[in-house]
Ligand binder design. Structure first.
Ligand code: SAM
Length: 201
């Protein structure tokens, strides 16, 4: 045991490489993964629900999309594949996650359009037409609220955020908190114990 969490900045866990296969919107993906990142062995079931139930960007979507807490990059790769005219910003505190997302963006032919950064390295003036996240619930409620309070205000006026949260990890209380913060929140879907929230102004 190393005591690493998946949100550790520089995981000490051996980076045993592996491949994760999944299908979204009739497209097959085979992405690289490794120890020390979130759900390294399979597409996380919550992420799978998000990508199945939320409204994927249309092919003609332009502008900037954010994958908040990208892990090894499954959401970024799906967004970049579905919206070939958009720029995807993939953000994570975990360095190995960023390396894997960079490699996976290249695998899906989107190396030029997926910008992988540590949170503080995203230029402050970028505004996002969409924010996608399976957020890091386990960092703690206050930290999660701080994280969302940092990024959601960077939506464009018409922008939409799609979040997935397990009900047993506080999906419904997060919904209420977002409403209390003044966001328009819709429980867009509910499946396998996960809530898919659509958040806008
Ligand atoms: C639940 S995982 C989702 C990973 C990936 N999107 C997926 O679906 O497999 C949340 C991710 O958020 C990252 N994270 C934790 N704290 C963060 C922060 N303050 N800013 C950005 N990302 C963070 C973690 O390292 C982790 O990769």
């Amino acid at each position: 045991m190393t005591g690493d969490h998946y949100f550790t900045a520089e995981p000490a866990t051996a980076a045993r490489r592996r491949e994760v296969e999944f299908t979204v919107a009739d497209r097959d993906y085979t992405l690289a993964s490794a120890g020390g990142v979130f759900s390294a062995d399979r597409l996380d079931p919550g992420t799978a629900v998000l990508l199945r139930k939320a409204q994927l960007p249309a092919a003609d979507t332009t502008g900037d999309l954010l994958d908040l807490g990208c892990g090894f990059g499954p959401i970024s790769c799906v967004l970049a594949t579905n919206a070939p005219a958009a720029t995807v910003w993939a953000v994570d505190v975990n360095e190995r996650a960023r390396e894997l997302t960079t490699a996976n963006a290249a695998r899906v032919g989107a190396a030029e359009r997926v910008r992988v950064h540590a949170p503080d390295d995203v230029p402050a003036d970028v505004r996002f037409a969409q924010i996608w996240s399976n957020p890091p619930i386990r960092i703690g409620k206050d930290e999660l609220h701080e994280l969302l309070g940092r990024w959601l205000p960077r939506l464009t006026p018409e922008g939409v955020a799609w979040l997935v949260v397990a009900r047993h990890l506080g999906g419904d209380s997060l919904h209420r908190w977002l409403v209390d913060q003044g966001w328009q929140v819709e429980r867009h879907a509910s499946q396998k114990g996960y809530r898919v929230l659509r958040v806008g102004r």
